[in-house]
Design a protein around this ligand. Structure first.
Ligand SMILES: Nc1ncnc2c1ncn2[C@@H]1O[C@H](COP(=O)(O)OP(=O)(O)OP(=O)(O)O)[C@@H](O)[C@H]1O
Length: 337
C-alpha cells in the first residue's frame, strides 16, 4: 500500500538526512513528545527497519526540564510512546535549568543540548536528531527581520552542527502533524506552543497565517529559502573576515585603523566584532549598534576617549591602533593621531 504523502515526506527527509551514516550506526532521536519529534522518531525507526535500509540502532531520548507542572509525568508518557514505536533503547534525563542573564527558554535549550551530547557519547551515537521543521526556520527568519538582525541570524538554523542534525528542516509542520495523525500516534500539545506571551508563538499563530493568506501560500517555504541563501553568503563572509582578522591583527592584540579602513564594511565590521569577542565581550550582548560604535574609531575618528562595550569592555584607539580592553581603570587620554 502506498504511504500517505505526509508520512512519505517525513521518511524521505530522514532517509536523505542519514544517508551518509555507516550501516549499523547508532542514532539518538531527541523527542519532546510533540508532533515534530514524534514524527521524526517514527520515521527513523521505519527507516532503520526498512528492508535494505541502513539497519541503524535507534535510541529515543527525552529531557525533562522540570519547568512545568507535571513535566515528570509528561517525560514518562514520552518514554512509553517512544518504546511503543519500537526503538532499541529509551533514555530520559532530568536537567536543572539555571538561567542567569538569559531567558528560561534559552537556558532550557542549552541544558538540553548539553545532556543530549552526553547521552550521544554514552550510547556511542553518530548523530543526534532534532525535529525542527521548515516552519520553525521561517519563524526564526521572520523574528530576525522584525528585530533588525544581520545575515547570520537571518540565516536561521543549520541542517547540522557538531553531532546534531535537523533532517526535517525542509518538511512542513503540517506534514509532521498529519503523519502523526495518520499513524495514530498520540502526541503531546506543549502548552508553551500556544502561549501568546512568546513572540515566536505569535509569529506562528498570528503573523505567518496572515502572510500566507495575504501574500499567497508558500511564504513559510520562501522564508526558509531566504535562510538557506543567506547562510551561504554569511558563511563566505565569515571565512573572509576570519582571514582578514588573522592578517590584520598586530602582535599587541590591536589592529591598525588605516589598514582596517581599507576593508569593505561587511568585512571591517565582522573583524571588529571578532576583536570585541576575543577581548571578552559576550556574544549574547554584543549587538550591531556596538559594532557600529566601534567602527567609528576607524572611519569616524575625532579623538573619542573610548567606546563602551558589553562585558565591561572598551574600544579604544591609540597611536592609530584600535583595541578592545577591560574597562577596569581609567584609560589615559588618547594619543593624538
Ligand atoms: N524535552 C525534550 N526532550 C527531548 N528533545 C526535545 C525536547 N524539547 C525539544 N526537543 C528537541 O528539539 C526540537 C525542537 O524543539 P522545540 O520545542 O523548539 O520544537 P517543537 O517545534 O515544539 O517540536 P516538537 O513538536 O517535537 O515538540 C524537538 O523537535 C526535539 O527534537
Amino acid at each position: 500500500m502506498a504511504l500517505h504523502p505526509s508520512v512519505a515526506a517525513v521518511r524521505t527527509a530522514v532517509r536523505r538526512g542519514l544517508a551518509d551514516l555507516p550501516p549499523g550506526a547508532t542514532v539518538l532521536v531527541a523527542c519532546s513528545g510533540g508532533p515534530d519529534s514524534v514524527a521524526l522518531l517514527s520515521a527513523t525507526v521505519a527507516e532503520a527497519r526498512r528492508a535494505g535500509g541502513a539497519g541503524m540502532r535507534v535510541v529515543g531520548a527525552t529531557v525533562d526540564h522540570g519547568l512545568q507542572e507535571g513535566s515528570a509525568e509528561q517525560a514518562a508518557r514520552t518514554v512509553a510512546l517512544m518504546a511503543s514505536l519500537g526503538v532499541d533503547e529509551t533514555v530520559s534525563s532530568r536537567v536543572v535549568v539555571e538561567h542567569r542573564g538569559t531567558g528560561p527558554e534559552d537556558a532550557a535549550r542549552r541544558a538540553r543540548y548539553a545532556v543530549l551530547e552526553q547521552m550521544a557519547a554514552h550510547f556511542g551515537a553518530s548523530a543526534v536528531l532534532l525535529g525542527h521543521t521548515r516552519d520553525d526556520q521561517a519563524e526564526t527568519v521572520l523574528l530576525g527581520l522584525a528585530r533588525g538582525s544581520g545575515a547570520r541570524s537571518l540565516a536561521g538554523m543549520r541542517a547540522s552542527f557538531e553531532v546534531f542534525r535537523r533532517p526535517l528542516l525542509g518538511v512542513a509542520r503540517d506534514d509532521t502533524v498529519t503523519a502523526c495523525q495518520v499513524e495514530g500516534l498520540e502526541v503531546w500539545d506543549d502548552p508553551h506552543n500556544a502561549d501568546p506571551g512568546y513572540a515566536r508563538v505569535r509569529v506562528r499563530t498570528r503573523v505567518l497565517p496572515v502572510l500566507e493568506e495575504q501574500i499567497g501560500p508558500g511564504v513559510a517555504a520562501a522564508l526558509a529559502r531566504t535562510a538557506e541563501q543567506l547562510r551561504a553568503d554569511a558563511d563566505l563572509l565569515d571565512d573572509l573576515a576570519d582571514a582578514a582578522y588573522a592578517r590584520l591583527l598586530g602582535p599587541d592584540g590591536g589592529i591598525a585603523a588605516e589598514a582596517l579602513a581599507a576593508e569593505p564594511t561587511a568585512l571591517r565590521r565582522r573583524v571588529l566584532r571578532r576583536l570585541a569577542l576575543e577581548a571578552g565581550s559576550p556574544a549574547s550582548e554584543l549587538f550591531h549598534e556596538h559594532v557600529v560604535a566601534l567602527d567609528s574609531l576607524v572611519l569616524g575618528w575625532r579623538g573619542q576617549k573610548w567606546i563602551d562595550l558589553p562585558g565591561h569592555r572598551r574600544g579604544v584607539r591609540t597611536d592609530g591602533v584600535v583595541r578592545v580592553i577591560a574597562a577596569s581603570g581609567e584609560p589615559g587620554e588618547p594619543a593624538a593621531d
